[in-house]
Design a protein around this ligand. Structure first.
Ligand code: GDP
Ligand code: K
Ligand code: MG
Length: 300
């Protein structure tokens, strides 16, 4: 009688692509939990987020990245580009996510950046649920393959879950033999404070979209657990007084709605009753001030 014990596999997988192709949606779907915030607004993801998934002998450590983008005037943009470029170093696999048949200059920029990657690259064609003509997918795959020679190509719908398991099977083939780095029930390297601030930021982005610039930020001032509930105070920092008024809304109605939605998500995420207080403050010019960015934790 012999006992066959599989060797553990563990590796880092970077999810890259221009803003809005569905990188964070894909990661959340793979993890089966909301970890990375998503919205229709580009640049919702501002920090590098690790998502960890362990299944049997394999552990995948995903790195969701802020999208690379062309404008570099502001310190915040420079930070985001640095984070996105460094994500493709020291990983075992890159998932290059594109949006079905829409190829843009930003995709081109990301592809150019990938020329420096030392690891295999899998092309993930997302949002296939929105392809009007499914017959277009094969010619698209062929033309992208001819230009780059990807190690594999997988069409998916991150939102509907279509082909997710196939993608995970492909990923597992690229994992090196390594011992697991995290306990099997851990899904992120981020703190609960960080997740709380991201949930508030997501509600604001979703409700206000274009009215609020991506330079808006959320700081958790208090995160206190008592026997019966979690008390969380969050400070929303904006650049101008007009933006503060928009977030607060008439008679505070908008802020209340943001608070209610964020609290519901926090109660699910933290499995606890939550009392959430929100404040809005104007901090002018912070997005262009490297020192202020560092004091808010944007240091890489
Ligand atoms: P990211 O900027 O690349 O992280 O993109 P997000 O994950 O934030 O997604 C951007 C938008 O695309 C959101 O409105 C998502 O709901 C939507 N989206 C993502 N994946 C899919 C998909 O497979 N199908 C459709 N129809 N929409 C998707
Ligand atoms: K987005
Ligand atoms: Mg994202």
């Amino acid at each position: 009688e012999s006992l066959v014990v599989g060797k553990q596999r563990c590796g880092f997988v970077a999810i890259v692509g221009r803003p809005n192709v569905g990188k964070s949606t894909l990661l959340n779907h793979i993890l089966g939990q909301k970890l990375s915030i998503t919205s229709r607004k580009p640049q919702t993801t501002r920090h590098q987020v690790l998502g960890i998934k362990t299944e049997g002998e394999s552990q995948v450590i995903y790195v969701d990245t802020p999208g690379l983008h062309l404008k570099e005037e502001k310190a915040l943009n420079r930070y985001m580009n640095r984070a996105a470029s460094s994500a493709i170093k020291d990983v075992d696999l890159v998932l290059f996510v594109v949006d079905r048949d829409r190829w843009t200059d930003d995709d081109e920029l990301v592809l150019r950046n990938l020329k420096n990657a030392q690891c295999p690259i899998v092309l993930v064609i997302n949002k296939v649920d929105r392809l009007e003509d499914k017959g277009k997918i094969l010619p698209l795959i062929e033309s992208l393959q001819a230009r780059h020679g990807f190690d594999d190509v997988v069409p998916v719908s991150a939102l509907r879950g279509h082909n997710r398991e196939e993608l995970e099977t492909v990923i597992s083939h690229f994992l090196p033999e390594n011992e697991h780095m995290y306990p099997e029930d851990q899904i992120t390297d981020r703190s609960e404070r960080f997740l709380a601030s991201e949930l508030v930021r997501e509600k604001i982005m979703r409700q206000l979209g274009e009215e609020i610039p991506y330079s808006m930020t959320v700081e958790i001032e208090e995160f206190k657990a008592s026997s019966r509930l979690l008390e969380i105070s969050a400070l929303i920092l904006v650049e101008r007084d007009g933006q503060k008024k928009i977030i607060i809304g008439e008679g505070g109605s908008r802020l209340r709605q943001i608070g209610t939605e964020a609290r519901k998500d926090m109660e699910i995420a933290f499995d606890n009753k939550v009392m959430l207080r929100l404040w809005v403050k104007v901090k002018s010019g912070w997005a262009d001030d490297e020192r202020a960015l560092r004091s808010l934790g944007y240091n890489d």
